[in-house]
Design a protein around this ligand. Sequence first.
Ligand SMILES: [Zn+2]
Ligand SMILES: [Zn+2]
Length: 309
Amino acid sequence: MQHNIIDRRGLLECMSWVGAGLVWTVSGGIPSSRLLGAPRKQSTASDFNFVQISDSHIGFNKPANVDVTATLQAAVDKIDASPLKPEFLIHTGDLTHLAKASEFDTMDGVLQASRAKDVFFVPGEHDVTGDDGKLYRERYAKQAKGGGWYSFDHKGVHFIGLNNVVQLEGLGNLGAEQLAWLAGDVKGLPASTPLVIFAHIPLWSVYPAWGWGTRDGAQALSYVKRFGSVTVLNGHIHQTVQKIEGNVTFHTAMSTAFPQPAPGAAAAPGPMKVPAGELRRVLGITDVTFISGKHTLAVTGEPLGGDPA
Ligand SMILES: [Zn+2]
Ligand SMILES: [Zn+2]
């Protein structure tokens, strides 16, 4: 296991991918991360927290995790118990394993019982399998544009949800229509507006040999280069990887269902069975904290913890 530490100047000192939950704090365009539970300031009215969850894969029942509903529930329990009191959740896709109505029902049941009232979704490739995403769009993307992209503002932060799961050449892909929408969406915003961009497949090239990147991701990011604080939250690879490039901080989240191998550490990506008792240490949530005036989002991965006895 490695550890991720990002210093105050936003330099990535080393990569960590263990984690379950990184809390992102955005402060003046300079991202910083800290361990959850470390002292934190949250004094002004516009400070807030939200939580990213990802890759619940409801319906999956292989040895890597025979009860993905229970681990999603454990994630929700952890969120509900958090003193951070997140104002909403973001789910970065692969809600289900096979996009069945019953799987979406199960996920909804768990999330609706959560203390967090609002959940913002983007689809994973598993959510659009079989029906080209018809069921997903009916349930979660009614107000979204085109293939399910949208933006909203919360306390001065501009959030953008993208759909990059209609893959091309084995990589994530946004497509010309969505790129044009994105360019227009951010056009009138002052460069001082903090942006949070979330999508399922990493927008940056984590490991293209396994499809862990987005073919036209660099073009999307070119539209937000002028902004002082951009936080990109992704899922799909079921582990935490972070990178900082200029004012852009990239973060991939742990799954609530099962881990995958580190990039290149196995013959292929896929569900990875870990030793008994270890599963919930490699699953988790991501806490994100915005502190006004600091312009840095703190992103902290938090493992679910030990397996129940
Ligand atoms: Zn997944
Ligand atoms: Zn995926």
